[in-house]
Design a protein around this ligand. Structure first.
Ligand code: ADP
Length: 162
């Protein structure tokens, strides 16, 4: 069984995150999409909201081998706790690379047996970040095509209230 954890803030889950997830489920038997409960960040969507948005999308799309969770603490500890041998991340540009490179080195130091797998962002989504979505949505802009269609309305409504 190849088990991967796709960790992230997902604040909110974007079509770019979705691309990465689709690649991951084609390679792994089970993919955990795991919302990081990071005390040092100030997310707009609560952990509960983010998990339930992703769960709704997974259900709407009938994705069989995806499990949505949240975690806190070290990623490698969490990956071990669900028997995952792989961490999944996405890369958009050089700025992601530097950060990912550093995190990779740290995780490798902590857990040599866990491999990280990277998927390049689709060119059409390489500009896309959760913060862009939050900004557009909170100013009443159209977020269609930027988030999965099945959760677009829920995200737009929540952002309109932000
Ligand atoms: P984090 O705070 O852990 O970076 P994010 O939710 O911002 O969480 O991103 C989670 C992962 O998804 C990261 O590996 C990030 O590089 C990747 N990612 C974010 N946006 C995109 C995108 N548009 N295309 C591909 N990967 C992306």
């Amino acid at each position: 069984m190849k088990i991967g954890v796709y960790p992230g803030s997902f604040d909110p889950f974007s079509i770019g995150h979705h691309d990465v997830l689709m690649h991951a489920i084609s390679l792994f038997d089970t993919v955990y999409v795991s919302v990081l409960n990071n005390a040092t960040k100030h997310p707009l969507f609560s952990v509960k909201e983010r998990v339930s948005l992703i769960e709704r999308m997974v259900e709407a799309e009938g994705l069989q081998n995806v499990i949505v969770t949240s975690f806190d603490g070290l990623l490698v500890d969490y990956a071990r706790s669900v028997q995952a041998g792989y961490v999944i991340r996405g890369l958009r540009a050089i700025m992601d690379f530097e950060y990912e490179f550093q995190i990779h080195a740290v995780n490798r130091h902590l857990a040599e047996e866990i491999q990280t797998v990277y998927f390049m962002a689709s060119p059409e989504h390489s500009f896309l970040s959760s913060s862009v979505i939050r900004e557009i949505g909170s100013m009443g802009g159209d977020i269609s095509g930027l988030v999965p269609g099945s959760i677009q309305n829920m995200i737009a409504e929540r952002l309109a209230k932000a």
